[in-house]
Write a protein that binds this ligand. Sequence first.
Ligand SMILES: [Fe+2]
Length: 367
Amino acid sequence: MVGVISVLSLRRHLMLGERLFNGAMYALSGYAAGHAYLALRGHVGKPMPAEFPAIIWTFAAAAVVHVATNHGLLWGALRLNRKEGRLRDRRRMESGLPLLLASDLGYAVLGLLIAALWTVTGAFAAVLVLVPLFVARWAMGQFAEQQRAYSATMEALCQAVETKDFYTRGHSERVSRGSGMIAREVGMRPDRVDAIRYAGMLHDVGKLGVPTKVLQKTGALSEEEYAAIQLHPMRGLEIVREIGFLDEALTGIMHHHERIDGKGYPMGLAADEIPEFARVIAVADAFDSMTSNRSYRQARGVDEAVRELRNGSGSQFDPALVDAFISALQREGWKLPEPAAAPLDHQTVTAQDHDDPTAPLRVVESL
Ligand SMILES: [Fe+2]
């Protein structure tokens, strides 16, 4: 019966040959498992309450035989078909094998549950056990879909920021990674680590509200221009405030330019008044900015950037978080931005009129 049902599987992409193979495989697995169950003197028929818990062990042994036969046949078939280009399937199976085994044994438990309930509710047992299972699977699918939509939203926003400023390509991504390193190092819960990675990704989204001319200016800024730049954390908050899942990440976006000594912006918060997310992002942000090329200078090396972080520790940065970042850095290393992200010829940038806002654009075009 199991074999016939798997031949009629609802998965539309299966070819007839694959369907027949699956049917035969499940029939054989069931046959082997049934014989294992009999060999261990398992009781045939509906399981009675008195048989529990002893029946669990007999059933577990049969389930293991089922899984072993099933996977053995599957592996054999994939091996034989190696030359026919199903390599991707095999790779996928190899990487997910422990999970596959665990889920098969999990399904076996559901099987026992259905059999046990059968004595009480009859065929309705299948509905009782399987409906919650299908609902859970459906919900997981929805959740995964939602996560994908979140990441796509993040990427679109980052893309928008990076399009505006040539020198910050990949910056959001790296600040996100650096913030995650610090968060893990100080032992944050996994859901907060995820949130801080979003915050790192979006910390400069407020640049969308700063005139491009100001962002790309290479010379000294006027007071007005500086004020426009100082507004970007607030602008960022305005842009993403309505995105519900960001929650704590919003505090990181709004306060990532605060300093421990209270001389930062936009609020001039000091020490512990600054939300933890913002203190973490400040360290990763400064480090990546120092190790990337900027319009007015070449990138610094990692060692030099670490020295600068130490210099600012206690005045600009939270000392504990600087230490955390440095130890994470020593263990995990840091992937420096691609050199291609820098103008080929620095002379063309520095020799231009600093007040000419079109100058950096010209550099982009010459690449
Ligand atoms: Fe910023």
